[in-house]
Design a protein around this ligand. Structure first.
Ligand code: GLN
Length: 196
């Protein structure tokens, strides 16, 4: 059986992540209940609205399900997905993130004037040296990173992509470009390596 990566499908742009995985010839599955994780080798949490997503995760039991899953599998979160995977949120009391990566994030932190923009970011692990065109949509900012969290990409000196052993997060939307390098990195360097 070939490897299958789950995409959390409670809300948000999960279909575009599935399309990106398809381009890489990786099977994907929409995850809506904890049981759906059973045959997944990794999981992607898409962007969307983090407060709604966290509420739906609590209602379906996926909050606990994802925590258990992440103890042995790789997980990637984009934008609202990063917010959900973080350890804490600045100025936000209503929602409790899953705490799977030691970062603190601030939601909607670019302010109204520039709440959505596209810019190039350098991702040093990509050996071809080409920048990644990053789409930021009402993006959060990473305000704190703990030890054991590695910066993977910066935009104007600010970390916008980071990872620990099994969790990869970015404040932008790699599924909205035609560039599959971030999904490819996640599958090859994290999902495949944390499978056994
Ligand atoms: N602003 C959204 C939030 O705080 C995230 C936006 C996104 O995922 N594109 O949940």
């Amino acid at each position: 059986m070939s490897l299958c990566v789950g995409v959390l499908g409670l809300q948000g742009d999960f279909a575009l992540h599935a399309a990106m995985l398809k381009r890489l010839k990786v099977r994907s599955k929409t995850v809506r209940r904890p049981d759906d994780l059973t045959d997944c080798a990794g999981l992607i949490l898409p962007g969307g609205e983090s407060t709604t997503l966290m509420k739906l995760m609590a209602e379906t039991g996926l909050d606990e399900g994802i925590k258990t899953f992440a103890a042995g599998h790789a997980v990637m979160g984009t934008c609202a997905g990063l917010i959900m995977l973080s350890a804490g949120l600045i100025g936000e009391k209503k929602v409790t993130p899953l705490g799977l990566i030691d970062i603190e994030a601030e939601r909607n932190a670019y302010g109204r004037q520039v709440d959505s923009f596209v810019d190039r970011v350098r991702v040093p692990v990509f050996k071809d040296g080409k920048d990644f065109e990053a789409v930021f949509i009402r993006a959060p900012r990473i305000r704190f990173m703990g030890e054991g969290v590695k910066a993977m990409a910066r935009h104007r000196d600010e970390v916008v992509m980071a990872r620990n052993e099994r969790v990869l997060v970015m404040t932008f939307h790699p599924e909205l470009t035609r560039d599959a390098r971030i999904h490819e990195y996640f599958v090859k360097e994290m999902v495949m390596k944390s499978r056994f």
